[in-house]
Design a protein around this ligand. Structure first.
Ligand code: 13P
Length: 251
């Protein structure tokens, strides 16, 4: 039995005031989360503030990215030691915006994954195809390449705490959500890819859907057998919408 996870990826949004207001709203609305694990991933400069606000609540805190390197001369980067210092439980890795805008390759994502697991933090590994790749029938090949690059480097034994997020690039921030059937097809394929390495890991793995999830479409997406929650961008910035999405996952 997999516990659903709904993770809010705030991306590069927020301010001290906005973070306070959003956290107040989430904590008030999520006093009984009922069968769903709730996570927020603020910009790293607000991690401390969110940690303080989330203390004694049902909300876990994660980061949006991390360096694969240990502490040292890496200007502008954030280390796993720092995330552990702030009691971050999760980190998003290989988000399509990191891959496309910051040239993160499969092998860099794999290095980050290995370092994250070694540091005792849970990775949320993002995979997903572009519109062009989908139209060319390459969806599963792309997802398999992204996934295998990490499994082959890290070893399937390092996936016991990991979460996979399937985020079709064409659905991110576009309002074009994958249909429940499209999501289920890819999620089932991902679970099968993992099962080729280890059946138990595959059946326990939470596979989240991301890409224009909102309060209106969450329930039908999460009703699919292999959709174990969501990675939510825009709608995670509105407390009421995010709470509704969390409740849809717990239902
Ligand atoms: P949107 O929900 O804004 O489409 O973003 C999805 C996403 O990229 C979450 O990581």
């Amino acid at each position: 039995m997999r516990t659903a996870l709904v993770a809010g990826n705030w991306k590069m949004n927020g301010s001290t005031d906005v973070v306070n207001e959003l956290m107040d709203g989430l904590i008030a609305g999520l006093n009984s989360s009922g069968g769903v694990e709730v996570l927020v991933c603020p910009p790293s400069v607000y991690l401390s503030q969110v940690e303080v606000a989330a203390k004694n609540s049902l909300i876990s805190v994660g980061a949006q990215n991390v360096s694969e390197n240990g502490d040292g001369a890496f200007t502008g980067e954030i280390s796993l030691t720092m995330l552990n210092d702030l009691k971050c439980e999760y980190v998003i890795l290989g988000h399509s915006e990191r891959r496309s805008l910051y040239a993160e390759s499969d092998s860099v994502v794999a290095k980050k994954f290995i370092a994250t697991v070694a540091a005792g933090i849970k990775p949320i590994l993002c995979v997903g195809e572009t519109l062009e790749e989908r139209e060319q029938g390459k969806t599963l090949a792309v997802v398999e390449r992204q996934l295998k690059a990490v499994i082959d480097a890290a070893g399937i034994e390092n996936f016991s705490t990991a979460v996979i997020a399937y985020e079709p690039v064409w659905a991110i921030g576009t309002g074009k959500t994958a249909t429940p059937a499209q999501a289920q097809d890819v999620h089932a394929a991902i679970r099968n890819m993992i099962a080729e390495y280890d059946a138990n890991t595959a059946s326990a793995m939470r596979i989240l859907y991301g890409g224009s999830v909102n309060a209106a479409n969450a329930a039908e997406l999460f009703a699919n057998e292999d959709v174990d929650g969501g990675l939510v961008g825009g709608a995670s910035l509105k407390a009421n919408d995010f709470i509704a999405i969390c409740h849809a996952a717990g239902a």
